[in-house]
Design a protein around this ligand. Structure first.
Ligand SMILES: *[C@@H]1O[C@H](CO)[C@@H](O)[C@H](O)[C@H]1NC(C)=O
Ligand SMILES: *[C@@H]1O[C@H](CO)[C@@H](O)[C@H](O)[C@H]1NC(C)=O
Ligand SMILES: *[C@@H]1O[C@H](CO)[C@@H](O)[C@H](O)[C@H]1NC(C)=O
Ligand SMILES: *[C@@H]1O[C@H](CO)[C@@H](O)[C@H](O)[C@H]1NC(C)=O
Length: 261
């Protein structure tokens, strides 16, 4: 085979991988936090990927039962946490736009909860990542930029972390499961989850991103890593945290794959 054909095949494989969006994956579903409330309920925070399932005839559905099974098994096997018999799911999809290619998936979850309002609800939050690399910002500007992310960074992470935490602190009749995801559960989700564990668990940026890499099975997008880093610096400058905000070394190339689980 000559080099031209090889290149063509590589391009085709790459395109196919981008077109293919993967279904709900057990490996991506993880309990991130839980909060016990005064009314005796506990609320739970999970990360994951797109909750869709492709039937053998090619039709995609919102697999509610499978999602619940994955939530239950994952929290039990990873943390020994047994979810209650019944809970209310607040399903937040992290969108960029949304991208037209992701609209059908979003509609599936929106339609499911519109038809089953006692089981939960579907929301969205814009998540883009940042295009300013903190490594390239001069030291004397770093504090100014980091302290003002709420005004220039589209992802509004300071506000968002408060929003998510407030959802977890809210008493409802049923315990709440906050399920935050994007398509892969890697880049947008990685940024937001890294931010959450820095803010509420005091994790350093390297630990938070290495957790993301392990779940994604690869490095995450630079723009989402930079957002998490800006938020880390924000926590240090504005909220007096003392976090290590250095970027970790990305995992070895052998782990990096555009083909998600
Ligand atoms: C695929 O199968 C499901 C479940 O059996 C059915 O509801 C759906 O209409 C089918 N879709 C097509 C395109 O045949
Ligand atoms: C979840 O746990 C049940 C009961 O132990 C088991 O039958 C099922 O295979 C598990 N599912 C996954 C995805 O691990
Ligand atoms: C995230 O979405 C929720 C629910 O739709 C909304 O109330 C909140 O303002 C959004 N947060 C941010 C920071 O965009
Ligand atoms: C990474 O993020 C940038 C900026 O949001 C985007 O343009 C790019 O397509 C993303 N790359 C991948 C591989 O997702």
């Amino acid at each position: 085979m000559n080099n031209k054909n090889l290149l063509l095949i590589i391009v085709l494989i790459t395109l196919l991988n981008f077109v293919k969006s993967s279904d709900l994956s057990y490996k991506k579903v993880h309990l991130v936090d839980s909060i016990e409330l005064a009314n005796g309920n506990t609320n739970y925070f999970f990360r994951g990927n797109q909750p869709t399932q492709t039937l053998s005839n090619g039709t995609k559905i919102f697999p509610y039962d499978e999602l619940v099974e994955f939530l239950r098994n994952s929290s039990l096997s990873e943390f020994g946490v047994k979810l209650p018999e019944q809970f209310y799911i607040i399903d937040i999809k992290l969108i960029s736009g949304p991208l037209p290619s992701e609209l059908p998936d979003l509609e599936l979850e929106q339609n499911f909860f519109a038809a089953n309002p006692t089981l939960g609800e579907s929301r969205t939050n814009q998540t883009w990542g940042d295009i300013i690399d903190p490594q390239l910002v001069p030291q004397d500007k770093l504090e100014e930029y980091a302290s003002t992310i709420s005004s220039w960074s589209a992802d509004k992470l300071p506000q968002r972390m408060r929003d998510y935490h407030n959802i977890l602190l809210t008493e409802r009749e049923l315990p709440t499961v906050l399920y935050v995801h994007c398509e892969c559960g890697c880049d947008r989700t990685g940024e937001v989850m890294a931010s959450y564990v820095m803010k509420f668990k005091g994790w350093d940026l390297p630990k938070a991103l290495e957790w993301d890499f392990a779940i994604a099975g690869r490095d995450i997008n630079f723009s989402n890593r930079w957002s998490a880093q800006w938020y880390c610096l924000y926590l240090n400058y504005v909220e007096n945290y003392k976090l290590d905000c250095n970027q970790p070394t990305p995992p070895p190339k052998s782990l990096i794959s555009i083909n998600n689980y």
